[in-house]
Design a protein around this ligand. Structure first.
Ligand code: SF4
Length: 193
């Protein structure tokens, strides 16, 4: 577990709980790095929501995983702060020779698969934990938004940025690596518990 790092005030009971990560280990699931911290260390900004509204990712107002469906900025911050601890983990894709849209998409699909496995394992211990991941949602071919409820709320992992979290800030605070070099992609997910 070389890549498991613990930042300030994390819930020692869960950090040291062998069942959370040992079978299988984070590396076996596909996690590159992983760290624990507390939600009071998270930095929020409504500027992330402004970026969402510019819709450069194309997901704004098109899925239950992103604004405005996730609720307003204040309610997202309050929800995050209703949890004490946060686990941050990354996956890394080496895209040398295929640093293109298809490579990015495959890397994101893999990250969401890893996030789903970690979430499933984690929720056996903390069923009410909040899982946040990359923009949008890849679960269904066509999202039900906005006319019908989400088909799979347990598989829906809202966007970290949509919740107003500055990812780089907590990544640096916890000593994780934000990038892994040229022609690589690093994605992050958060589990609040
Ligand atoms: S699980 Fe399906 S219905 Fe729910 S947000 Fe994702 S794509 Fe949309």
């Amino acid at each position: 577990m070389n890549n498991l790092r613990t930042a300030s005030h994390a819930d020692e009971k869960i950090v040291n709980h062998p069942g959370v990560f040992m079978h299988p280990s984070p590396q076996e699931i596909g996690v590159e790095e992983c760290a624990f911290s507390t939600t009071d260390q998270l930095l929020f900004s409504d500027q992330t929501r402004t970026l969402c509204q510019r819709n450069s990712c194309g997901q704004f107002n098109s899925t239950w995983a992103c604004p405005p469906a996730v609720g307003n900025y204040e309610s997202c911050v309050m929800k995050c702060l209703s949890y004490k601890n946060v686990m941050i983990f990354s996956t890394v894709a080496d895209l040398k020779g295929r640093y293109n849209v298809r490579g990015w998409h495959e890397a994101r699909v893999r990250h969401e698969t890893v996030t789903s496995r970690v979430a499933q394992q984690f929720r056996t211990h903390r069923p009410d934990s909040l899982v946040l991941s990359t923009e949008g949602c890849l679960v269904c071919d066509r999202c039900t938004y906005p006319h019908e409820p989400c088909r799979y709320p347990d598989k829906l992992f809202p966007s970290v940025e949509g919740y107003g979290i500055i990812v780089m800030d907590i990544v640096i605070k916890t000593g994780l690596r934000y990038t892994h070099g040229p022609e690589t992609l690093t994605y992050f997910s958060f589990i609040l518990f």
